[in-house]
Write a protein that binds this ligand. Sequence first.
Ligand SMILES: Nc1ncnc2c1ncn2[C@@H]1O[C@H](COP(=O)(O)OP(=O)(O)OP(=O)(O)O)[C@@H](O)[C@H]1O
Ligand SMILES: [Mg+2]
Length: 877
Amino acid sequence: MILLLWRFLKIMSNGYDTPMMKQHSEIKQKYPDAFLFFRCGDFYELFGNDAVEAVKILNIALTKRQNEIPMCGVPYHAADTYINRMIKAGKKVAICEQMEDPKSVKGIVKRAVTEIITPGTVLEEKHLLNKQNNYLLSLNIKGLWCEVSYIDISTGDFEVTEVEFTRDLNVLKALLFKVRPKEIIIPENIWEENAKLRELIAENENVLINRYPEWFFNKEETTAIVLKHFKISSYKAMGIGGEKTDITTPGALIRYLNDNFRGDLSHVRRLRYNNNIGTMELDESTIKNLELLRNQNDGTIVNSLLEVLDRTKTSMGARLLKKWIVTPLTDIEVITKRLDTVEFFYREQFILEKTNRSVKNIIDLERLASRLVTDKAGPKDLIGVKNSLEECLILKELLNNIPVLHDLVSKINPLEDVVSLINEAIKDEPATFIDEGNIVRDGYSEELSTLKDIATKGKEYIAEMEKNIKEKIAVPSLKIKYNKIIGYHFEVSKLQSVQLDSSFIIRQSLVNACRYTNKELSEFESKILTARDSINEMEKEIYYTVRNKVVECLDAIQMNADIISRLDIFTSFAEVAADYKYTRPLLNDGYELSIEEGRHPVVETKLDYNEFIPNDTAINANDFIMIITGPNMAGKSTYLRQNAIIVLMAQIGCFVPAKQAVIGVIDRIFTRIGSSDNLSRGESTFFVEMAETAYILNNATSKSLIIMDEIGRGTSTHDGLAIAWAILEYIRDKRNIGAKTLFATHYHELTELEKKGGFKNYSVAVSEKNDGFVFLHKIIDRPAERSYGVYVAQLAGIPDDVVQYAEKILENLQDSVKTDDVKVNLSFEQDLFGFTEEKKAVNKHKEIVDILKFLDLDRLTPLQALTVLYDLKKKSN
Ligand SMILES: Nc1ncnc2c1ncn2[C@@H]1O[C@H](COP(=O)(O)OP(=O)(O)OP(=O)(O)O)[C@@H](O)[C@H]1O
Ligand SMILES: [Mg+2]
């Protein structure tokens, strides 16, 4: 009976009402949206729902406490790895520590949350990717405008911008794609009211979304917060007009950081207002289609433009390069300045190498600055700062007198007094942590030297004291010893102890010996003990003095970081230009786009030397729409992309893969390439294609460059052709758009447009040989004669029977089109070969012969040979 009652009580209590679980739920209530890492001895434990969710992310076992409460745990010493996984998955973590030593407390120990870690507020190097910014973003909407702010507290980068809040959310989509926030703060009502916005945000995987009530974004309060932070009197002082929206998000971000981050934000010195003037707007699909930052297959950097261009030596440079690639410029003067600098390094290889040598040695000053301010840095980082500043000085001396670099380099502040302070005060190889001592250079502080003398010379001093006393009072057994309980003491044998006078004070009496102290020894002891403590304290103090001096110079350090990042990119561009034989593009205000022997920067690196066939482009005000026909696999898409990429490269200030390029500055590049299904948004392939085309037609100007690859492919031939035709004529009309356009298509009917003016036909040359065709990848100025689709099908391995049947159908179709009778009276089995057993055997035979022909015996390992043999045997059955 008692047992039953006990069981009943246990079930009722569910294990949640033990004192520890009560404490847990009290704390958890305060952090409902965070995973509570609850310290229990050597582990952080997670309970309840936290545990159920966390095991999926952390890939650890779920257990149960008292058979009822789900729980999981991670060892304290390995916690970072697990926290990192939570952050990467876009989760918020609250670290709850034991605030007392469990041994010294009866009952439950006091616990409290000491740190909240969120994906957008982490600072520790271990949680961040070097070459990637880590943004926390906030957005708010007012009428037809959306204000967006984003901050990377690891670098101090802080920006606000206003974009149109269109129905299709295209601009916002592009911005989110570029910024790639790790965490978003959004007003609750906006989140609730905008299903499309919710969907858009949800597309960004592993992003933590924080919804806050409207008051959190209150205009007056958020403005006051920002003005207080930057110590300014109005937004106008920062060049922010705020006409379109209320500019509430920068304040909301600071407010959120004050609540959650708890660290010092003094390294956030500037809020930049990005008004998009002088830059080219790139939409998300263009960034994706042109594979600027990642490829479209697996989303990695491999085969992207970034991969080719990135020779940066610092993480700061790498981060800035990513921004440059997706923010081409439209201001010729600024582009020319960049090109001048790249050209200088391109020509002066010796200076380029010297610059590289220095830049390579410069640490991530941007991130370091924030770690110094928030006290997450250590003595070794000061040495990093010193070395980097020394390199800054070398760079300044090397480059300051060079006219094209003067404007940039003259702003380098090598902070020589900071360097000499660090040099004098800090050891070359100091300890990693501040509590360990071993930071300050010998001889820097007299007081510290004296203390160190006492500590190190203690042994000599003791030996001296022992000798002196022995000489004074003949007690041969006397020795000075040390133990943890009574500290330093004299030890004398019991027999001889009577010879000591009253200045010796007894501390301990043992069987055979007695232990004493005297005034001199106890003074020495307290000196030596306090010396050891004081040494660490003083070292710490000196470290902080030096650190504070560095922090005072944060503005200069951030400025240096920015200049180094730019130099890093310029030298990177110069190196790539030299390696791949790029040339300097000529930019002007005109309309022309003239490229001689242009290449695709990425495709060419994947081919052997000289294997890539260069192609020209000649677009002018009379012929500005290129209709490109030609066989599949000929290189139409490559050619289209290469032109867009060459323009983009030129407008970020980079040399281009061409013999010569004259480019009338482009205001925007639009691309409509391939069929990017978006089933998650509930839109069909064709719908997406049309929506993207609509966006282009509604936004392109005569200064834009439009790349369209096989528009209309996703629907019936007639519909597709009709739409493509109409779109082209619309673009051609200068009253509508008149943009330079490259249009690849398999609709040969479109070549008729040439007669209307503005259009020009091109195709990719093919040479016919006895046993097939060779794609020459050469663009020629006449339309293609046929499509070779069936031939490509054969190349791709479509069974011969199908290919031959297709050829028959094709012939028939072409004949029937001529006679206006589109019926094809063929049947696979009857009219052609039919799958007889005999035919199958012939096919098999051919397949085996093909495999044997293809084999390169010199490269085959014995094991591979055996596998091939095994396959062949299987096929022959
Ligand atoms: N200029 C070139 N020089 C050398 N090889 C090239 C060139 N252009 C393209 N290629 C090669 O041909 C392949 C096919 O090119 P691409 O995809 O551009 O053809 P396409 O004409 O668009 O074909 P489809 O009509 O099937 O879309 C590329 O992957 C590349 O390897
Ligand atoms: Mg193609």
